[in-house]
Ligand binder design. Structure first.
Ligand SMILES: C[S@@+](CC[C@H](N)C(=O)[O-])C[C@H]1O[C@@H](n2cnc3c(N)ncnc32)[C@H](O)[C@@H]1O
Length: 307
């Protein structure tokens, strides 16, 4: 392993004595604190982000990231609007709902023993800074390193005094040793998993015994028919607006409660559903959806505990 930037220090910072935390994304062996990795993987750090994806993985996500970036900048996410979820400048109707879910998550996280915490699909890292404030050793993980809306935007919180690492990696192949993570939150991001079972197995693998996964702000439906209708509508909308192919528009999906329950059971995870009051306007939409046979998504807080 060759190194660039100060990644050696970053890796050392969270490698507790004699307990390597990071896995080499190429050979999946422990990433040594001192280079090189026997397989020849070059660990890079760019603007404070530790790059833990292989060239092949980076090439595979490029089309998605280009499209994602286009839609997110068109919809004006991030940039000067990072003080989330309580002081949003734009998309306030969404952040009002998300702030309620976040509060529910905060009260569950308060009961968790401290330790390493991952913010998976961290985006601009607004939640990572709370994990740090609450006393966790926080690591923001994402495939997106955008300075507007991805990991590099998290520099704002670090400049303001927050302490967390930023790691570029996909949730389906986490570059962390097994059994080390106390709390793993996936905030408005689990529905981007390429394969829900693979991602959830990875989450379970890296957790300590009794460690906790929080799925926050993923769309859930009782019946897949409603989720499929939402997806079909989005495919049409994104095709008309951005010329986006279905393969990319379909990257952001949904879950059903039964689907997650089945996965949780097979992975020996205990599942709890916290339904969060979404506010009057959204509740009215939910009721209207029920009456008209076009149910809309719910965004519960789901807690999965490793047995
Ligand atoms: C809607 S954003 C949520 C960002 C942030 N957590 C928030 O709550 O504002 C979804 C994030 O998931 C990330 N993402 C998508 N696919 C991913 C994957 N396979 N592995 C890790 N992150 C992924 C995207 O890059 C994006 O930053």
């Amino acid at each position: 392993m060759g190194t660039e930037g100060d990644n050696g220090n970053l890796v050392r910072a969270v490698n507790y004595p004699n307990e390597p935390l990071f896995l080499c994304p190429q050979c999946r062996n422990d990433l040594p604190v001192r280079p090189p990795c026997v397989c020849g993987f070059v660990l890079r750090e760019s603007d404070g982000v530790i790059e833990l994806m292989t060239e092949g993985e980076l090439a595979a996500i490029r089309p998605f990231l280009e499209m994602y970036d286009r839609v997110r900048s068109d919809e004006q996410w991030g940039g000067d609007d990072l003080d989330l979820p309580f002081h949003a400048k734009r998309h306030r109707h969404i952040w009002d709902i998300r702030a309620r879910t976040f509060r529910a998550f905060a009260s569950v996280a308060a009961k968790s023993p401290r330790g390493l915490a991952l913010d998976i699909g961290a985006g601009n890292c607004w939640m990572s800074r709370y994990l740090d404030q609450w006393g966790f050793d926080a690591i923001a993980v994402d495939i997106n390193t955008s300075a507007i809306d991805g990991l590099r935007a998290g520099k704002k919180f670090i400049n303001e005094g927050s302490v967390f690492l930023r790691v570029r990696a996909g949730m389906e192949r986490l570059p962390f040793a097994s059994g080390r993570i106390r709390l793993l939150s996936t905030n408005a991001s689990f529905h981007y998993a390429g394969d829900f079972r693979v991602a959830l197995s990875e989450f379970a693998r890296v957790l300590t015994p009794h460690g906790m996964i929080a799925i926050v702000d993923t769309p859930f439906y009782e019946n897949s028919i409603d989720g499929e209708r939402m997806m079909a509508e989005r495919v049409c909308e994104f095709r008309d607006k951005y010329g986006m192919p279905e393969s990319l528009a379909g990257k952001s999906k949904y879950m059903t409660y039964a689907q997650l329950q089945g996965l949780a059971r097979s992975l020996e995870l205990n599942m709890r559903i916290h339904r969060v009051w979404p506010g009057v306007a959204r509740k009215r939409e939910e009721l209207w959806g029920k009456l008209t046979g076009r149910r809309i998504a719910e965004f519960p807080l789901i807690i999965l505990e490793k047995l």
